[in-house]
Design a protein around this ligand. Sequence first.
Ligand code: NAD
Length: 489
Amino acid sequence: MVTPLWVRGQAEKTDETITSINPADGTIAGTCCAADARCVDQAVRATHDAWCRSDWPHRLPHERARVLAHVADALDGARDTLAVHQMRDCGKPLAECRRMVTAAAGAFRYYAAVLECEETEVTPPRGPSVSMTVLEPLGVVALVTPWNSPIMLEGQKAAPALAAGNAVVIKPSEETPHLALHLARLCVEAGVPPALLTVLPGRGETTGAAVVGHPLVRMVSFTGGTETGRAIGRVCAEKIIPAALELGGKSPHIVFEDADLDRALDAVTAGIFGSAGQSCVAGSRLLVQASIAEPFIARVAARADALRVGPPDHPDTAMGPLISTRHRDRVESYIRIALRDDGGRLRAGGGRPDDPALAAGAYLRPTVIDGLPNTARCAQEEIFGPVLACIPFRDEDEAIELANDTVFGLAAGIWSGSFDRAWRVGRAIQAGSVWINCYKRSSISAPFGGFKDSGLLREKGRQGLRLYGGLKSISVGLDAPRAPARGEA
Ligand code: NAD
């Protein structure tokens, strides 16, 4: 069966299709219609026309908030079904997929609350007038998403974009196109005006480029690779529209000798091997103080060897497959380069699991490599797989220097028994999220994004609503002369 795309509030068929492959076993996860450039043009125009006629941008905040809260309930109600769809599309363990649906629901609930609390600002005038600042919607906003956490990322973008009164066009990843289609249907059933949410699956260089470049698209919120983000940023600059870019990372996980090493061990292994390393904030560089480096790396390697790699629907699976066999080939090539050219030493993993039951899937064993300089490609480039590069450091200064010696600046983890030191190091590291004595503790209420090549602007948090709007200053002139100040004659 071919799933139609979603335009004008309904399912529509096109001639082109894309097929997503279940990375756990190589079977077809689903086939859906794709949008070519002509279809994109018609769909964006239809979405824009609908927005111009809709009362959605003019509804009172509490009215839009009520609809968003219904979407949150609908997502919660559909959690198990959506989690299975996401698991088949992207291969993440089922429990993790369930958490992501819950996170998407949480985003809708959060922005419903933010919307109710957003206040018009009265700003000090410089003359006889009253001045206010209000947030206006932008029109059609494009959300371009990657394959690694589709339902969560699409929910985290669509919720504030709709809350701010916009219409939304989602261009999901060609690898995982189905979740956005489910989200659109749930949104409409929950009361979002049908034609204000359009989903256009297709390839990036065709469908995605046509969406981003469309003259009626007035803002782009993109999550994906840094080079794609750069290309999208160029198009947006030419159009003079805002681009929120959430890009790649090479996040350092720093362990000092005075840390609680048992807790650090748990966090370091979960930080890189969770989602099979296919997480933008994966702690892919372990920086560990030289005095404890050897025994700590040995423990990390033993943990990696013990992790259960298996099918994502098995309750005991700790790590599922990668997104595709093509991506696994790419990750394996990084391991080869590290061992062959850069002097790396394999401490765990390095290849595919022996289990013949996993042979058809895109599986790779959790891999730990040490002996690399921080300049090695494996320590500098985003691999987006279960590969940990371990690098020792002497002291605090060297830890900071190594942590910042990368083009990325998305996240960092710091483990130390000294709060003063952890705070100093945390402030010195160029990263959008810093976790002290924890890792990946994200919250929808905390701004999220990257420094340097990891991105531009911040999503989530209260100001995440303002990302999707334009501020307008309104001044009301007063005829009345200024009231005399108290005590003035
Ligand atoms: P990608 O950049 O290849 O693709 C992302 C999306 O962009 C897809 O929908 C793709 O079709 C589309 N696209 C590609 N070329 C385009 C173009 N020229 N114009 C418009 N759209 C285009 O990324 P991916 O491989 O799907 O995802 C992995 C990447 O995403 C990693 O680099 C990872 O770090 C990043 N990521 C970042 C965050 C974050 O919040 N910082 C979160 C998750 C993933």
